[in-house]
Design a protein. Structure first.
Length: 359
């Protein structure tokens, strides 16, 4: 069951309005085969929690789904697309479907065309597979992909396999007509500002939405108006309007409430509540545990799986790569943040819907 992508103007409006977009995990059986029932349940969870869309085929979905011995890219993309359309039919609300696209140009174009065939609205374009390419080569690659589907740019932190992308790259990238958003996730204030400044200089701040992927700074990204004067102009503040996050693949109901709260603070132009600033640090602490920052993010995917397992959404923490497991002490750290910040989890919400999602 597929449908046409939504019109690009509608896509821009939806993204600019601000969304919670979880980076979708992969549900596996103990034999490391696709667990279709739980894969569907995850998508239902995100949409019923109020997410504005899902990003599938991204880092949290495990890049190994593309390997021939697994052959899971099409099945996984198809399952999410089907559930998104099912949800739209039942609720009348159209959620966005965004497909992760990576690899060299030939592979990336094939993946983008598959996403278009399956009715995806946009692609999240990773450039991690081109670590030595020049800006000109990266931009030529990006322009070719932008001919297939609207593009969400992606600044992935080097620690998770990304590469440095300088201001000059982003300034030119912003001129590509079908760029609709950028996920900024370098976990670095200087590199984050390169992207924001490039958007300001481009004059397209009213068209291109900024989404935080900075798991160490989620709340402050969402709260901070960024004012940049340039070319003798003093334009309106640029604002992160949402997040496309692996962190939001867990405790998603609370993420939706958080975005509503931060958006209201920004819209009202008022002071930021002290409690919200305190919660910002608590969220960062929780994310550090889930993503295993203490061990260079080695356990980032199993950490997300462990939270979902505890909630009953996943059966186990298995990854396609059997060496990808929880780090020593990571489970105990998850225990710690559960006890320290009980107001951050959405276990009660999940429990009340679990049977329905696992149908």
């Amino acid at each position: 069951m597929t449908s046409e992508p939504i019109p690009i103007d509608t896509l821009r409006t939806t993204l600019r309005s601000g969304c919670v977009i979880p980076a979708h995990p992969l549900a596996l059986t103990a034999e490391r085969t696709l667990d279709e029932r739980r894969q569907r349940a995850l998508t239902r969870y995100y949409l019923d929690a109020g997410a504005g869309g899902v990003a599938v085929g991204v880092h949290s979905t495990q890049f190994e789904i593309r390997e021939p011995q697994h052959g899971l890219l099409r099945p996984v993309l198809s399952l999410a697309s089907e559930v998104v359309r099912e949800h739209e039919k039942q609720s009348g609300r159209r959620a966005l479907s965004i497909a992760g696209v990576c690899g060299q140009t030939k592979q990336a174009i094939e993946e983008a065309r598959l996403a278009r065939e399956l009715g995806y609205d946009a692609i999240l374009l990773s450039l991690a597979a081109m670590p030595d390419a020049s800006n000109n080569d990266l931009l030529a690659h990006s322009r070719m992909l932008a001919e297939e589907l609207p593009v969400v740019g992606f600044y992935l932190q080097p620690a998770a396999g990304g590469r440095l992308l300088d201001f000059d790259f982003w300034a030119e990238f912003m001129t590509i007509p079908s760029v609709v958003a950028v996920k900024i996730a370098p976990f670095n204030r200087y590199q984050t500002f390169d992207v924001v400044r490039a958007l300001a200089v481009s004059g397209r701040a009213g068209e291109i939405a900024l989404y935080t992927g900075n798991d160490d700074n989620i709340v402050l990204d969402l709260l901070t108006p960024i004012k940049i004067s340039h070319a003798n102009r003093n334009d309106d503040a640029i604002q992160f309007v949402g997040g496309l996050l692996g962190h939001w693949a867990v405790w998603t109901r609370r993420a939706v409430e958080l975005l509503q709260e931060t958006s209201a603070v920004v819209a009202n132009g008022g002071d930021i509540p002290v409690e919200l600033m305190t919660r910002a640090i608590q969220i960062t602490d929780s994310n550090a545990v889930f993503f295993d920052a203490a061990n260079g993010f080695a356990g980032c995917i199993p950490g997300i799986h462990e939270v979902l397992r505890r909630q009953g959404l996943l059966e186990g923490t298995w990854c396609l790569n059997p060496k990808e497991t929880l780090s020593p002490g990571q489970s105990e750290e998850i225990d710690r943040v559960y006890l320290a910040y009980p107001h951050l989890n959405d276990d009660e919400f999940v429990a009340s819907h679990l049977d329905e999602w696992l149908r």
